[in-house]
Design a protein around this ligand. Structure first.
Ligand code: ATP
Length: 271
């Protein structure tokens, strides 16, 4: 069963509320002294509340750049980004990022202090309130026993759990995750995907997740945006991923369809 819809008719019928995030014809460019690099060209999509929305595409298609622009760290050369009807112009606590790198934590702070930090600095909560919230999210990511540990004593997976707890504790409108599990070994990666889904079952947060793994996209998302190779343009959107995941046959067929769509014109490609 082919579940891929052309980009032009990508709005799922179930979307009754206005979208939480609207990305409208966004072109993103990097200017270097000698070059003008177009990372994405006229990319449009929308994300609804509680979506697990995946940006999927080959290396260099502009996934991370798009995430940076949604985060407010980069201004589009053309097009607009709106969250809750407000145009994104700068970073804000309504959008928290989780990166791939293990060094995104402050090494001189404990797990608890790392998770508390944005709550006290960006949300300006009193210490005791920030600590209560931080402990709640540290429990959710199963790090209760490591609450007073320093990052250098934690495994890669544990560090990513801290980064996820820190992002989620802020209760942002959208959690932005840039290949958060890409540097983990295969077993830990699968475990973290399961845990992320479990967290989502508990809190139904909205997440945009960047990956170049088709299998990971199918496992964790309910919607997938497929981007073409550099510069990234929308190729298609996959809706109803949840249904496809119900049985192995449909999931495998979907994986094949996505692979063909993404890489049909690139015979030498290996994922
Ligand atoms: N700081 C920068 N200055 C100039 N060009 C950049 C910069 N960052 C990214 N680019 C270019 O923009 C394009 C998109 O990069 P981006 O990192 O967003 O792609 P990606 O899809 O996330 O790739 P990957 O999966 O490898 O992380 C690439 O051609 C890249 O070389």
């Amino acid at each position: 069963m082919l579940q891929v819809t052309p980009a032009a008719i990508d709005r799922p019928a179930s979307a009754t509320k206005p979208p939480l995030l609207e990305v409208d014809k966004v072109t993103l460019r990097y200017k270097t002294p000698n070059l003008l690099v177009t990372a994405t060209e006229s990319v449009s999509f929308s994300v609804n509340e509680s979506d697990r929305f995946v940006l999927l595409g080959p290396s260099g298609c502009g996934k991370s750049t798009l995430l940076k622009a949604i985060g407010g760290y980069m201004t589009p050369s053309a097009g607009t980004i709106h969250i809750n009807g407000r145009q994104v112009k700068r970073p804000g606590p309504d959008r928290m990022m989780v990166f791939q790198e293990f060094d995104q934590l402050m090494p001189w702070k404990t797990v608890l202090e790392n998770v508390m930090f944005p709550l006290t600095v960006a949300r300006k909560l009193p210490k005791h309130e920030a600590e209560t919230i931080a402990r709640e999210y540290i429990d959710k990511v199963k790090l209760t026993r490591a609450v007073d540990s320093y990052p250098h004593t934690l495994s890669g997976g544990m560090k990513q759990r801290v980064a996820i707890a820190r992002g989620m504790a802020m209760q942002p409108d959208i959690l932005l995750m840039d290949e958060p599990f890409a540097a983990l070994d295969a077993l830990t990666r699968r475990q973290m995907q399961d845990e992320l889904l479990q967290l989502w079952e508990d809190t139904k947060f909205t997440v945009i997740f960047v990956t170049h793994s088709i299998a990971e996209a199918i496992k964790i998302s309910n919607r997938i945006l497929l981007l073409s190779p550099h510069p990234g343009r929308v190729k298609a959107e996959v809706v109803h991923v949840d249904e496809a995941r119900q049985d192995d046959g449909s999931a495998a067929a979907l994986e094949r369809d996505i692979h063909n769509l993404l890489f049909a014109s690139e015979p030498g490609h290996k994922e």
